[in-house]
Design a protein around this ligand. Sequence first.
Ligand SMILES: Cc1cc2nc3c(=O)[nH]c(=O)nc-3n(C[C@H](O)[C@H](O)[C@H](O)COP(=O)(O)O)c2cc1C
Length: 300
Amino acid sequence: MSKPKSNNAKTISVALTLCLVCSVLVSAVAVGLKPSQIENARLDRNKNILVAAGMYDAESDTASDVAERFKDFEVKIIDLNNGNYLDDDALKAAGIPDRNAYDASQATKNQALSEDLGDNDPAGIGRKPKYAKVYVKSDDAGQPEMVVLPIQGYGLWGTIYGFLTLESDLNTIKGISFYEHKETPGLGARIEEPEWRAQWSGIESYDENGNVATGVTKAGTPKENWVDGISGATLTSRGVSNMVQFWLGEQGYKPYLDTLREQSGQPVEGADTQAHQTKPAAQSNTELAALPPVANGKEA
Ligand SMILES: Cc1cc2nc3c(=O)[nH]c(=O)nc-3n(C[C@H](O)[C@H](O)[C@H](O)COP(=O)(O)O)c2cc1C
């Protein structure tokens, strides 16, 4: 015997009410937590800037230490094509109302704020932002003591985001950090390990002609000024190699670093030679960047 219609209607209306109440609750919690999620992401990013700058002690530093130490840095926006800083008027004209809120990786989704790299995309990022955020720590004389440069590029499973710090000579690498990636724990994710990252410290980025002269080698094939790749994670290692070379190169921060060098009276190597190019210096078959870039986890 079938149940009376009124019971069915009651059941449906109770279920619908429950669904509605639950979805309102879930939405309210999501909206309520959004500001603290954004704040935590900002804190984590700032912590990783300090990690790349060698100014973070994982054992003892608290969130307030991070906030305090981060004040040593000036946040600047640069035009990646000419290497110049954007002042407030230029920022407004470029459609960037707030320099602190500017997110270069978000900008790659905006046609007006980015350019398609086409085939010239060794880091596998698709589009390059026109403007980038850099973090500058200056000495008492107002000269750059170090610059922290955001870097990103495709690993094996997705885009890897990080920071690379150069010392005052704008050549020696002070440190590197990675704060977001999809690489496998125990394999590609080992790029985060302090022991692996430590290899980058003290490496010279450019040769005497101003060409990028560093990257990651195949695991177990050490080479001066190059970092030993991670065994069992060649594809992630290659992704890191490509991204470091891309961002140090002419399409990345080189115009900016040359501008800073000129301003501080340092020689701009290779400024008037054919060698002043994006391409890394001559490679051997142990250098992972000599191999094609990785796209979507497959050999390109
Ligand atoms: C489940 C799984 C996860 C993997 N994750 C990574 C990774 O995160 N990064 C990476 O380079 N290789 C990873 N690999 C290995 C690659 O497929 C490839 O074999 C490796 O990069 C080659 O490195 P090797 O030449 O040092 O052995 C993974 C393999 C499997 C089966």
